[in-house]
Ligand binder design. Structure first.
Ligand code: 5GP
Ligand code: ZN
Length: 138
């Protein structure tokens, strides 16, 4: 399936739900997580629908991880964290809540190890500012 009309991230791909985008290319979109685990937490998704790692075609998997590395490099330059985590969950019991494959890129700052998911919904204006700083460092 290339698109699932009931899937939240497919709806972001089609522009039916707004997201604070950092960049997109032919196969992927990078955008800010709305419940960030740390300042600058962003997601990379394939434009095609695949529920999890086991459903991902090889070329889409390569494209997502290439974009995740590009995002992480710009995040390091633009936001200046001390490091970053790549997270990816498969199945509800593993902590997956959106069943469209995605990779989390979570910046880590000194003295503040980020938790699993953020508790508070971020202000879109704050997310736009962070996305702009990352984008400027692409
Ligand atoms: P999972 O637990 O499935 O790996 O993570 C799903 C992520 O998607 C969570 O970090 C959550 O905050 C994020 N998320 C859920 N709904 C939305 C949304 O509507 N917009 C954005 N930008 N992120 C979302
Ligand atoms: Zn989807």
């Amino acid at each position: 399936m290339t698109h699932d009309p009931n899937c939240l991230f497919c709806r972001i791909v089609r522009g039916e739900i707004p997201a604070v985008q950092v960049f997109e290319d032919e196969d992927t979109i990078a955008f800010m997580d709305i419940f960030p685990a740390s300042e600058g937490h962003a997601l990379v998704i394939p434009k095609l629908h695949a529920a999890n790692l086991l459903e991902m075609p090889d070329d889409a998997l390569t494209a997502v991880h290439r974009s995740a590395r590009r995002l992480a490099a710009a995040m390091m330059r633009g936001l200046g964290p001390a490091g970053f985590q790549i997270r990816q969950f498969n199945g509800a019991e593993a902590g997956q809540t959106v069943f469209h494959y995605h990779v989390h890129v979570v910046p880590c700052y000194p003295g503040a190890r980020p938790g699993l998911h953020g508790r508070d919904q971020a202000d879109p204006a704050v997310l736009a500012g962070l996305a702009g700083r990352i984008r400027a460092a692409l």
